[in-house]
Design a protein around this ligand. Sequence first.
Ligand SMILES: *Cc1c(COP(=O)(O)O)cnc(C)c1O
Length: 402
Amino acid sequence: MENNYLVELAQKYGTPLYVYDADKIAQQITRLNNAFSGINLKLKYATKALSNISVLKWVRKNGAGLDVVSIQEAYLGLKAGFEPKEILYTPNGVSIDEIIEAVDLGLTINIDNISILEQFGHRYKDTVPVCIRLNPHIMAGGNNKISTGHIDSKFGISILQMRHLLRVIESNNINVIGLHIHSGSDILDSEAFLRGAEIIFEAAEDFPDLKFIDFGSGFKVAYKPGDVTTDIEELGKELTARFKEFCKTQGKELELWFEPGKFLVSEAGYFLSKVNVIKTTPATVFVGLDTGMNHLMRPMMYDAYHSIENISNPSSTHRVYTVVGYICETDTFGTDRKLSEVREGDIIAIKNAGAYGFSMASNYNSRYRPAEVLVQGEKDYLIRKRESLDDILRNQVIIDFE
Ligand SMILES: *Cc1c(COP(=O)(O)O)cnc(C)c1O
């Protein structure tokens, strides 16, 4: 998006502000559809990346379904107009009660542990079809916090427990219609996907009623110029060919599912804030923003790199700054970054802020969470109002002590 336009939006709606480019989200959906053409592809957008209901409605308009990891995300999806069946419910570590609630809503259920699967089987037998989340133990993903496939991971049912799994399924007559893997976020090489695919294709032999295979997500996106990313087109070509072969050996057309989060919304998002103060210390020039890690946690939480630009003054001399937030603890967005000369009052854009930006934001330090704006074509829509003190106090119970 153009710098001038972003500055205008910051002026119109105030800062801090999340801005999302709806057309970019649509393009990413199209890109995946094109890369995997010729097979029955279904996209299930990973809601947790960015769960504003207007974004969900846009995703739906563009033909994707949803992957949800909590019952609350499922309710958001239903409210956004998704059919229950189009919503894949992929929780981890929830109670059977929440799974029963999801069944009652009519969601597609994905189960990731044997204990719950057993309880599910006792209760429903073959009346409610399920997908099984397997853990193929492929080491992939950007770092340990976001890798989910390794041997120490809490996710999925280990591929090494296949005998046990099949026993539970057979003895309860459970109807398995899908197999799922999701090996983590920021997976670089298509090799990891293809290795996962081979494992799941082999496992599929024990599941005669499969309707879909779900390869999860983890597509890596570029956070800075020159970053290597998952080559979607290349992966599409290889996996499509392999999947067609697999369908042939199965004697039926299965659906291939993905659950992209980051890939759909990361680049579409800009996080705008204003420079409150320039502070020069003996060692460093700090740019202090009117926001903090409470609004964009990824740099502090995952050591994530986000590009930072001074969009108010883009063509001045570049100087080295450390860009920090206003939270009262170490709160750094970027260290030793070259920015076009920064002045107090300038608008700073943090890029790639669409995924795991607002959805992880909190009111820490009793700060209001940012407003959100969706831009579609020539139009900008406020899709979340800025908070006020009432929001901070909501649900707090004020006691008047004697
Ligand atoms: C988080 C998550 C995703 C999305 O991962 P991205 O790296 O954002 O694409 C997909 N599937 C499941 C089950 C997840 O938990």
